[in-house]
Design a binder for this molecule. Structure first.
Ligand code: AHR
Length: 520
């Protein structure tokens, strides 16, 4: 008599448990016959400011350091960055840029202070030549931010002449005497930084007047850049401020021959509210959902700023350059709050993929972006401690997304579904697709749901798919991190994907980022 009752209970238990165990299903279709804009490789740009150990310790250890280096630049960091094909590095700031005087960082160095970031001594041992050497070593391009706040147009113009003049001017000769005969290439020039705040608290009108002067006189003389001139990027809004955008874009519409811009920046951090209070590690699903909800505001932000830009620049000549983005959390306990040290978890990997997908979907306008910041600061790719180095979950996403650099956007249709936690509802899935120059199709797909796996059935009209393979990034907890002692807690693994009869099936783990290459 007892037995059947027990059996009935265990059956009920099994049925109740089933939804949590079994994967949900979702349909997806990638129409490879259709193509959109090019996903500019520059959206995978980095930002390296003189802040905390972003430069000193993170990149620069000096030629006499026991840490293996090439001319003072860490070899381990260079190798890691080469692998993610960093397209450009924004330097020297940030707020630091508007107090940076380049002459202190060439020849005999003059120590200064870094009042923005902890008030520490800035030794200026990492200056112009070291930065350009670093770019050369990692195979990247310069995005210099010139000092508008406390500098002068003359100082900025002379910096560019020093860097780029081929003719034997006094400044070009000084560059040669300092070890570099050939002119340097400067691909991108930022005219100031956050001029509405740390860059000088300017009004938009005042900034536009400065912009006209700087874009007129700060020239690039490198003859090798005649065919691909340096692009000039104006300070844009912080977050949702469309008024600043209106002022700059209106001034630029029908601008005189004597000034021009190629980009307008946008700064937007995932912070929920200032000052940053969310912990970067030791959090749960609640904070995971809240931060991801906040990061998805990037879509609305980019759409609204693009709409204003469309009004004045319908041909989309001026790029929207999201040159500071990423998660900004509370400083790690015990760290100098001025150094912006935070951990980097699986949540940040998911967050990075969602933002990169937004930029890719706006590829016609968003042609450059720089995550803040590259090493040891905010949402970093890499963390170092003396001779130790660890790659963060965000690094792995950037590496997995390399095939999307300069690939052609391909539309994906899918039912995103919903993930609900408390009063927060998020799209459960997000995906982008693109075709690279060899014709190979790529799919990046994120499962935001931290509990539920999803089985994807994907139709691939437009190609005769033969095989597929890829990688997936997940971990046991939403706040799983890589540490110096356990560097592979969050590391990519082969994805569960196959192609059968031209259709692709793929199992997505909960809270995962997956990138698949499809061969035809
Ligand atoms: O990335 C840290 C700081 O955030 C930058 O220096 C500044 O531009 C922004 O406010």
């Amino acid at each position: 008599m007892v037995r059947p009752i027990l059996l009935r209970f265990s059956l009920i238990a099994l049925v109740l448990a089933a939804p949590a165990m079994a994967a949900d299903k979702a349909q997806l279709s990638i129409d490879a016959s259709k193509g959109g804009a090019k996903i500019d490789r520059n959206i995978f740009g980095q930002f390296a400011e003189h802040l905390g150990s972003g430069i000193y310790g993170g990149i620069w250890v000096g030629p006499d350091s026991p840490i293996p280096n090439t001319r003072g630049i860490r070899n381990d960091v260079v190798a890691a960055l080469r692998a993610i094909k960093v397209p450009n590095v924004r330097w020297p700031g940030g707020c630091f840029a508007d107090e940076y005087h380049w002459r202190k960082g060439i020849g005999a160095r003059a120590a200064t202070l870094n009042p923005n970031w902890g008030g520490v001594i800035e030794p200026n041992t990492f200056g112009t030549h070291e930065f350009m050497d670093f770019l050369d070593q990692i195979g990247s391009e310069a995005y210099l931010s010139v000092n508008v706040g406390s500098g002068t147009p003359q100082e900025a113009a002379e910096w560019l002449e020093y860097l780029t003049a081929a003719q034997p001017t006094a400044l070009a000769k000084e560059r040669a005497a300092n070890g570099h005969q050939a002119p340097y290439k400067v691909a991108y020039l930022g005219i100031g930084n956050e001029s509405w705040a740390c860059g000088g608290n300017m009004t938009a009108d005042y900034y536009v007047d400065q912009l006209k002067i700087y874009t007129r006189f700060v020239r690039n003389y490198n003859p090798a850049q005649q065919s691909k001139p340096m692009l000039k990027i104006a300070v844009g809004p912080g977050g949702p401020d469309t008024q600043w955008t209106e002022t700059v874009m209106k001034a630029h519409q029908g601008h005189e021959w004597s000034w021009d811009i190629d980009g307008l920046s946008l700064h937007s951090y995932t912070v929920v509210k200032w000052p940053p209070a969310y912990a970067s590690v030791g959090f749960g699903v609640n904070e995971y959902a809240q931060i991801l909800k906040s990061t998805l505001e990037m879509e609305d932000l980019v759409s609204k700023q693009s709409a204003v830009m469309d009004k004045y620049d319908p041909q989309k000549k001026v790029a929207l350059v999201v040159d500071e983005w990423g998660a900004w959390y509370a400083p790690l306990p015990g760290s100098n709050p001025g150094f912006l040290v935070q951990q980097n978890s699986l949540r940040d990997a998911v967050l990075a993929s969602l933002n990169l997908n937004i930029f890719a979907r706006h590829a016609d306008r968003v042609r450059m972006a720089n995550i803040a910041q590259m090493i040891n600061v905010l949402q970093a790719m890499i963390m170092t401690d003396k001779e130790k180095m660890v790659l963060t979950p965000t690094y792995h996403v950037f590496k997995m997304y390399v095939p999307f650099q300069d690939a052609t956007f391909v539309p994906v249709s899918f039912d995103a579904g919903r993930y609900t936690h408390g009063n927060i509802t998020l799209p459960r899935l997000d995906a982008i697709a693109a075709k690279d120059s060899s014709g190979k199709l790529w799919l990046a797909i994120t499962n935001v749901d931290p509990e539920q796996s999803v089985e994807i059935d994907a139709a691939l009209p437009g190609i005769a798919a033969k095989s597929a393979s890829g990688e997936t990034l997940t971990a046991t907890k939403v706040d799983s991190v890589n540490t110096f002692d356990a560097p592979n807690t969050v590391a990519p693994k082969p994805a569960a994907v196959k192609v059968d009869g031209g259709k692709l099936t793929l199992k997505l783990e909960p809270k995962s980022v997956t990138v698949i290459g499809i061969e035809q």
